[in-house]
Ligand binder design. Structure first.
Ligand code: PLP
Length: 391
């Protein structure tokens, strides 16, 4: 019997926005504070200081009331002059959107292409920088966790590649879907601008985004001629010194952020990373048992945040997703642009535990049968065994 009511919770297994835990929803559900009043300054100072731990930095972290795309734009308009060159690596859909954004700003983005099945190759970045003897490249821009493919880039190795040719370019890292799920070490890895968002590892609704900024990036910003206003770092940092903002911050999302930071602290950041790695490995055990392939082909670059799974030729990943949505009330991520219909994406990020993963993989396994996608049954069981043996 079909009815309009769906009992129980919807399974939002897309790789962001991730499901928001009740604790965070409760924290947001409070009266709005006067953002110029004395209480606010104290509250926001604590949040602005605590968020640094998640980036592993002592540098300022700027919080915008914007989606991740805004923070991409902020990183560029504060540092790159019109007509200047940046180096980007097209690891997937998000990297290519960032490149398009930079072109619209009049920035010349040189692109290293990939097959969308791996992270950014440090050796190719090194080659490109070696050839740039006039230092035309002002920034190297890399996506930490490519959410369209489930591939990560090796950020520390890319830093080494930049250093090995003594190139002065800034190093920008989009960790919108990486932060608070995959290890990111802003200071240790010599990142100049890290870009992040609220709706993925931080378990918040969409609406906040972040720029962590190095001393070097701030120096470059003080000379920058690109026109901008809303995104200006200096005004933000000046107001943030006392816990205030140059314009109205997203007050209630900041309450949510304070709660999220508390939850991460309780579990420990390293505990959060280990949980994500374990769930990703259990998911790959299921995928490999099904006889399906992940989009990521490099063992050392699998994402802890999501797994993108390829469907066999002649089958449609979107049809599979709609069968799963209709029968089991679960949303999976779709294949974006180049891989549309070719892959589906399983989000295993945020506030997520073993039994939620078991349910997710069971729903997919039933969906594979219903949609008649050829596979070997027992993948969910393989994941159960992995989970049980890795406690
Ligand atoms: C989600 C995401 C974005 C886009 O962020 P919005 O909040 O949708 O603007 C950019 N890059 C990556 C890697 C992402 O996962």
């Amino acid at each position: 019997m079909k009815s309009n009511r769906k009992a129980g919770r919807h399974f939002l297994q897309i790789p962001g926005p991730s499901a928001v835990p009740d604790r965070i929803l409760r924290a947001i559900d409070m009266p709005v504070m006067d953002h110029r009043g004395p209480e606010f300054g104290e509250f926001a100072s604590t949040v602005l200081s605590d968020i640094k731990k998640v980036f592993k930095t002592r540098q300022p972290v700027i919080i915008y009331p914007a989606s991740g795309t805004g923070a991409w734009e902020a990183a560029l308009v504060n540092t790159i002059n019109p007509g200047e060159t940046v180096l980007m690596v097209e690891t997937g859909h998000f990297a290519s959107l960032w490149q398009k954004l930079s072109s619209k700003l009049g920035i010349d983005a040189r692109l290293i292409e990939t097959d969308w099945r791996q992270g950014a190759d440090p050796a190719l970045i090194e080659d490109a920088l070696k050839q740039d003897s006039e230092y035309k490249i002002k920034a190297v821009c890399v996506v930490h966790n490519e959410t369209s493919t489930g591939c990560t880039s090796r950020i520390a190795e890319i830093r080494q590649a930049i250093d090995s040719c003594n190139h002065p370019a800034l190093f920008f890292v989009d960790s919108i879907s990486g932060l608070a799920s995959a290890d990111l070490r802003f200071d240790e890895w010599g990142i100049d601008v890290a870009i992040a968002g609220s709706q993925k590892g931080l378990m918040l609704p969409p609406g906040l985004s972040f720029n962590a900024v190095s001393e070097k990036a701030l120096d470059v910003a003080s000379q920058c001629t690109m026109k901008h206003s809303y995104w200006n770092w200096q005004e933000m940092i000046a107001a943030n010194k006392n816990g205030y903002f140059p314009y109205t911050p997203a007050t209630n999302l900041l309450y949510g952020l304070a709660e999220s930071l508390k939850m991460i602290e309780e579990e420990s950041l390293e505990g959060v990373f280990a949980r994500h790695q374990r769930h990703a490995a259990a998911t790959r055990a299921a995928v490999s048992h099904w006889g399906l392939e992940t989009q990521c082909r490099n063992d050392n670059e699998h994402s802890p945040v999501l797994s993108a799974v390829r469907v066999p030729d002649g089958h449609d990943a979107d049809q599979l997703r709609s069968v799963i949505l209709e029968n089991f009330d679960m949303s999976l991520g779709n294949g974006l642009s180049k891989v549309q219909g070719r892959v589906f994406r399983i989000g295993h990020l945020g506030d997520f535990n073993d039994l939620m993963l078991c349910a997710t993989l069971s729903g997919i396994e039933m969906g594979l049968s219903l949609a008649q996608v050829p596979h070997q049954q027992g993948g969910a069981q393989a994941a159960l065994s992995y989970l049980q043996n890795s406690l």
